[in-house]
Design a protein around this ligand. Structure first.
Ligand code: GAR
Length: 208
């Protein structure tokens, strides 16, 4: 059984989608813990109610990012993860942290990377007049919202969309591709070469 640790800062809907798919589909994996930088994160309460191990590593009270990330690593490694899943974890991670989990650290980002890394992705896509938006699951590298792409989903940007309506449409697809990508990882289906990720079975790594 592969051990998955999930990091979040807020609502945790992607975490829920992964926890539920893992149980319903009988993955060769278990969610070993859900860890947050915020004690009040709604996702943490949901995980605790579900009987999952939870931990809080508050980012306040640490002299700098390196100290915080070292403490985060200490707590996460206590759960012995094979895979670390960022699910709305709104912290910039140090290069040392990323290096520690290299090849076993996934993130979901609400844009079609490499377009729109960073914040306010939906507002920026609307402002740019994009006709398609979407979400990306990728392996994490030291560069923000960057790294080998595991899966992408595209959705239309409709003429009357605002940030919230577009975010909601994209989120539906995040809940499809993120559990799928995590499943591929724990099943050993992903092959990473030359900065590109291939599904060994040739399964489509996109959704429209
Ligand atoms: C998701 O839309 C995710 O793509 C985004 O935060 C939201 C978390 O929602 N992540 C980022 O912007 C990371 N750069 P959730 O807590 O309901 O899963």
């Amino acid at each position: 059984m592969k051990r998955i640790v999930i990091l979040l800062s807020g609502r945790g809907s992607n975490m829920q989608a992964i926890v539920e798919a893992c149980a319903a589909e009988g993955w060769p994996a278990e969610v070993a813990a859900v860890v947050s930088n915020k004690a009040e994160a709604a996702g943490l309460a949901w995980a605790a109610e579900r009987g999952l191990a939870t931990a809080v590593v508050d980012h306040r009270g640490h002299p700098d990012r390196a100290h915080y990330d070292a403490e985060l690593i200490r707590v996460i490694d206590g759960f012995a993860p094979d895979l670390l899943v960022l699910a709305g974890f709104m912290r910039i991670l140090s290069a040392g942290f990323v290096q520690h989990y290299e090849g076993r650290l996934l993130n979901v980002h609400p844009s079609l990377l490499p377009a729109f890394p960073g914040l306010h992705t939906h507002r920026r896509a609307i402002e740019q007049g994009c006709k398609l938006a979407g979400a990306t699951v990728h392996f994490v590298t030291a560069e923000l919202d960057h790294g080998p792409i595991v899966a992408q989903a595209a959705v239309p940007v409709l003429p009357d969309d605002d940030e919230d309506s577009l975010a909601a449409r994209v989120l539906v697809q995040e809940h499809v591709i993120y559990p799928q990508a995590v499943r591929w990882f724990v099943e050993g289906q992903l092959e990473l070469a030359d900065g590109r990720v291939r599904h060994r079975g040739g399964v489509a790594q996109w959704a429209l």
